[in-house]
Design a binder for this molecule. Structure first.
Ligand code: HEC
Ligand code: HEC
Length: 230
């Protein structure tokens, strides 16, 4: 009986060791693809999205760190499938396998938890919260009911932190990138997305609305929720 229990304990310990090693290996492979690219034509994501997935705001390269894994994976599939058109991302997503989409999505969702990464991603957060009386804030927090335009935060979560795999975080995202997306829906180069929700909303926004609301969300602090292990 005792011997049996010891054996079980040894087995459990071995299993735990194998699982830990497996996770560590998966993470090392993901880090390698993100930082160096692979041998079948995928460039390093870090070249544009930054070493810690923080993005490059002025160039409109979005922050990926801390976004929901399910959302990121859906976007890679949409680039590859042509539902979402991007001169840069469409060819890159097509060089990747479906497993690599999944690995990269999990890696970036989890990245802010890396020691050191959270410090540098949080530097994206601006110190002063944006003015809640500004035109951008009003649209984000109240919407415009005369045009049946709901408040952005109703779907994107309070402070734009994102909700699940459907409603991406907007807080701390590049303003240029946010504007590009709203214009992409207006121009039909990004598919309407779940339930066609964002195309309807984008079509109700003027050029000024887009500029103000993008500036508002870009200035909100990046949320750093603890994420599941990849
Ligand atoms: C040459 C620059 C470049 C490289 C390299 C690159 N990206 Fe991108 N990525 C972009 C740009 C630009 C966009 C925004 C496209 C748009 O405006 O729709 C983007 C958008 C994305 C998005 C959508 C984000 C969102 O919030 O919807 C994902 C996911 C993504 N990239 C993942 C990756 C991954 C994973 C890699 C590496 C395998 C990678 N990218 C490499 C430039 C790049
Ligand atoms: C009724 C729900 C709903 C409301 C209200 C809403 N959104 Fe969205 N939004 C979505 C969904 C769903 C997506 C994901 C679309 C996809 O997967 O392609 C999205 C995506 C986005 C994106 C793309 C983010 C990225 O990482 O690529 C931007 C930008 C955006 N919304 C801005 C806004 C703004 C600004 C408002 C307010 C004027 C707003 N949204 C209101 C549902 C909503």
């Amino acid at each position: 009986m005792t011997r049996c229990r010891t054996l079980i304990q040894i087995q459990m310990a071995l299993l735990a060791a194998v699982l830990t090693a497996g996770t560590a290996c998966a993470r090392a492979d993901s880090a390698s693809l993100a930082l160096k690219g692979n041998d079948h034509g995928t460039p390093a994501c870090a070249a544009c999205h930054g070493a810690q997935g923080e993005g490059r705001a002025v160039s409109g390269f979005p922050r990926l760190a801390g976004l929901n894994a399910g959302y990121l994976q859906t976007q890679l599939a949409a680039f590859a499938g042509g539902q979402r058109v991007s001169a840069m991302m469409t060819p890159i997503a097509r060089t990747m396998t479906q497993t690599e989409w999944q690995e990269m999505a999990r890696y970036y969702a989890w990245l802010p938890n890396l020691a050191g990464a959270s410090k540098s991603t949080s530097t994206l957060a601006k110190t002063a919260p944006p003015d809640t009386d500004s035109a951008g804030a009003k649209l984000a927090l109240q919407g415009r009911w005369s045009h049946a335009l709901p408040a952005c935060v109703q779907c994107h979560g309070s402070m734009g932190v994102g909700v699940g795999s459907v409603f991406p975080a907007l807080a701390g995202q590049s303003a240029v990138y946010l504007q590009n997306q709203l214009q992409a829906w207006q121009q039909g180069t990004r598919a309407a997305g779940p339930l066609g929700l964002m195309k309807v909303i984008a079509d109700k926004l003027s050029a000024e609305d887009i500029q103000y609301v993008a500036a508002y969300f870009a200035a909100l602090p990046v949320s750093l929720h603890p994420k599941a292990e990849p």
